[in-house]
Each structure stands twice: as C-alpha cells, then as structure tokens.
Design a protein around this ligand. Sequence first.
Ligand SMILES: Cc1cc2nc3c(=O)[nH]c(=O)nc-3n(C[C@H](O)[C@H](O)[C@H](O)COP(=O)(O)O)c2cc1C
Length: 428
Amino acid sequence: MDPPLATWDFSPLISLWINRFYIYLGFAFGISLWICFQIAIRKQLFIFKDKNSQEKSVPKTTQDLMTNSYISLQKKEIFVSGVKIFYGSQTGTAKGFATVLAEAITSLDLPVAVIDLKEYDPDDHLVEEVTSKSICAFLVATYTDGRPTESAEWFCQWLKEASTDFRFGKTYLKGMRYAVFGLGNSAYASHFNKVGKNVDKWLWMLGAHRIMTRGEGDCDVVKSKQGNIEADFRAWKTKFISQLQILRKGEKKPCDGNCKKGKCKSNEHISEEIETGSHAQDGLHQRDTEEEEPFESTSEEEPDTEDHQSLSSVVDVEDLGKIMNRVKKEKREMEHKEEKTGLFRNTVKNEASERRAMITPALREALTKQGYQLIGSHSGVKLCRWTKLMLRGRGGCYKHTFYGIESHRCMETTPSLACANKCVFCWR
Ligand SMILES: Cc1cc2nc3c(=O)[nH]c(=O)nc-3n(C[C@H](O)[C@H](O)[C@H](O)COP(=O)(O)O)c2cc1C
C-alpha cells in the first residue's frame, strides 16, 4: 500500500526550488570555466604547432627550391613577346615577303602576326607597341611619285602628321622597337624607296627605336645590291632574324664607337656616359649609338633640313619646338666652342648656376605622368579631352554646345606653370 500523500516529505525539493538560482549560477560558472579551459588548451597547441612548423616547414631543400624558382623566374624574363609584321602591298610582293618572314619567325618559336596596313588603325593601336615588347617589322612598297600603296595610305598619312605634330612629341613611341624593309625600283631614281625611307624616318622622329638599318629592296636587277629584290629581302631577313635572337636574349649591342658625331669613342666612354645618364637624357646622342650603319640612315639629317626650311619661310606655331631645339643646339655648340677657347668660361658657368628651374622635379614627374608636354622649365601643354573628341567627331565641350565654338579652335590656354594667380576656374 502506498503511503498517503500527507505523509510525503517535500522539504528537500522545496529548498531546491527556492535555491534554484544558485544552481543555475553554478552551472553557468562550470560551463564558462570549461570554455576558458578549452581556449587555453587550443592556444597552447597552436603556439606549439607554429613553432614546429617554423622550424620544420622550410627545410633546406625547400629553401633551395625557392631560390632556384626565383632564379628561374628571373631567367624567364621576356625581352621579346613576339613579332608583328606590317605590310603595304599592291601587287603582292611585300605580302609574300611578310609570309616568308613570318614562317622564319615561327620556326624560332616566337608568336607572330602578319598585318595588312589597310586593316590597322595607328591612331588606336600604334602606341600599344611602346609597352607590348613586340618587334614591329614594316614591309612597305613605293608607288608612283613616291606614294604608298592604297592600303598603306592612311597609315603613312597618320605617321607623317604625328611625327611633325608637337602634341605627340619626340617620345610618343619611345619603347617601340622596329625595322623597315622598303620595296622599290631604283629606276624611279628620285622616289626610290621613298615610302620605306619615310616610314623609317617618321617612326624614328616619334621616338621609336630602330633595331637595325633599313633594308632596301630593288626590283632593278642591274642596280640591286644582291642581284634582285628577293635576294635583297633574304639578306635583310637574315640580319633581322639574328638581331631578333640577340634581342630575345636580352642582349644589347654595345656602341662600337662608330657614332656619327664621334661622341662615343670607346666602350669605356660609353659606360661613363651611361652612368652619368647623359646618354639617357640626350635623345640625339642615344640615337647615335643606335645606328648600325649611320651612312644609310637619313633620319637625323632630314628633320634639320626641315628646320632650315621653316626658318626661311613663315614660321608655323607648331614648328616652334623644332626651331627652338635648333637654336638650343647651336647655342650649345657655341658654348662648347667658347669653352674650348677658354673665353667667357666663368661667365657662362655663373649664368647656368644662376638660372633656376620653375618646375620642380616632383611637379615635372607628376605632369609628365598626366600627359603634359613640358617646354623648357616653365610651361606645360596638353591636348584637351574635348579637342580630341571634337577631332574624332564625337562632340565637344559646353562651349561648342552653347556658343558654337569648335573645341579644336578653342584658344583657352594657360601654358605657363609659373602663373601665380589662383583663378577659381583655372584647369590647373
Ligand atoms: C606603277 C608603278 C610605279 C612605281 N613607282 C615606284 C617609285 O616611285 N619608287 C620606287 O622605288 N618603286 C616604284 N615602283 C616599284 C614597286 O615599288 C615595286 O615593284 C614593288 O616591289 C611592288 O611591291 P608590291 O608588289 O608589294 O606592291 C613602282 C611600280 C609600279 C608598278
């Protein structure tokens, strides 16, 4: 028989119920202790593992591997990413030569692209060659009156204009490497290979680096150097391929001391000049060293003749840069002569030290990065975005919309960097 309900003792349960908060507290305390304990253990384990891995994870072999892979990465530096062969052909000779050249380059395991100049827009793409690490070969034919083929007409027109446009400047294509092979016939004496010569000259004027002397193919079998145009091309091709292999290895042909102006008389002299940076600073001097056979290249003389012409006639504002360069060159020569004779030496030096540049090196760097062409040590100019758009037929700035002023005729210029006014709306 069950005891009656009244006889049951509920007092322990009641006391538990009354003290239930202490029980909860006890549980909570226990759980937090357990968590802290776990965290402490994990931390200890982690420190231990870390120590071990630091000691063991980079064994000598791995270290060696890392060093080796670094070296191999360094070794794998690419000096030539590929070759682009541009051709301007009418009856197919240049095109055929381009194919032959492409095959020869493919056998060297180098990527190659054969491009018809008809399908190439220099305005959009030529500047890519500055950084692309490719070598550009131009095979261009000359036609009546020294004109290019129809397919190369726009390319030549663009190059001609850009090379004399001060807004592009002398360094627009700096970094681009190229070689030219012209196709022509010496029977057309006054216009023999004119297109090849011009393309070579214009690229050079824009600052591109000529990797070898221009080749001249001559259809006149009597006058042709190698007997016929095919042989002329083969000779040029052989030279091109060997030059390509040199460049591919990252080797640079040292100056052989046969510079036109005789400024690099010995290799010792060159290294001195490179160290002092005079070669890098003086574009003309650098170009001297690039000439393999200076007598064949006309690029250096021709701009000068143009300068003479421009001086004798009405001066175009766009030619001012060239003229200034000539004046500076003459001044330098004069100073050089004076220094030689010992006359006025001290005065010249004092003047030079007194002259203070208005553009600080930091400002110069920043402006150049922004695309400004700096003139002397005082002014900077840049073609405005609206002008570019206007020239491309893609609209203009608000002055066009509101007042009908065509952007490329807009004369809002504040080229002097020394301007002390702080006008609110000045673009600077
Ligand atoms: C009508 C005509 C005019 C030419 N005019 C010239 C010229 O002025 N100067 C020149 O060096 N070669 C001239 N040539 C020679 C071509 O440049 C040469 O034949 C070249 O190999 C043609 O190349 P292509 O077959 O790729 O078009 C002329 C050829 C032709 C047919």
